[in-house]
Design a binder for this molecule. Structure first.
Ligand code: ZN
Length: 205
């Protein structure tokens, strides 16, 4: 792609680093920004910069938050002894949208995937095990995608916490094998939390 301006070229190159954005789409977006009022483009750039520098991860559950303790963890009405283990922040948003869950979350930040070079130590697993050891936790609900990586991750965690005498369950009905959680509809996902099943009965030991 030949550019008449180095500034334009740089903006397009940066934009095309985003997932799913090719050079053509990047050019279309950048040209759109040139046409729109300057303030609008500056507002976007300011929002991105501030988000990148100021956003925090909840020190308790690793959810994205503007403060040290996220709104869910800080809410006294949530059951702190029931923890729903999810892969990422999008899963927290999906489950919160169902309004079916009154416990708290633990965001792993991904799932164990040797193919992608992601081992247990790159994920927030140690802090979860520590929580189970040191705090009064009654139940862990595994709400990971039912993919091979999700199953591996569930089982890895289960092995570490099974001797602490807490209930472990996994989301059940309606989430089909291979499904990514964030694509499940709200009713299905809500029902699968309510009708969760004991984790042990979901695995072949
Ligand atoms: Zn939190």
């Amino acid at each position: 792609m030949e550019f008449s301006s180095k500034l334009l070229e740089r903006a397009v190159n940066e934009m095309s680093q985003l997932p799913g954005i090719g050079k053509r789409t990047a050019l279309r977006l950048v040209l759109h920004m040139l046409r729109q009022p300057k303030e609008q483009t500056l507002a976007l750039s300011e929002a991105l910069q501030t988000m990148r520098s100021d956003v925090k991860f909840c020190k308790c559950c690793h959810n994205i938050s503007d403060v040290e303790l996220c709104e869910i963890c800080a809410n006294p009405k949530r059951n702190k002894d029931v923890i729903c283990v999810v892969e990422d922040i999008r899963d927290v948003m999906a489950i919160e949208n169902t309004s079916s869950f009154r416990g708290v979350y633990h965001v792993l930040g991904g799932k164990i995937s040797p193919m992608d070079g992601i081992g247990p130590h790159q994920l927030n697993i140690a802090s979860l095990v520590k929580k189970v050891k040191e705090e009064e936790i009654s139940e862990l609900i595994f709400a990971l995608s039912s993919t091979m990586e999700g199953d591996t991750t569930n089982f890895y965690i289960f092995k570490q916490i099974k001797d602490f005498g807490i209930t472990t369950s996994t989301i059940a009905r309606g989430i089909s094998v291979g499904d990514e959680l964030e694509y499940a509809d709200e009713i299905t996902l809500g029902r699968s939390i309510v009708n969760r099943i004991p984790f042990e009965s979901s695995i072949k030991l």
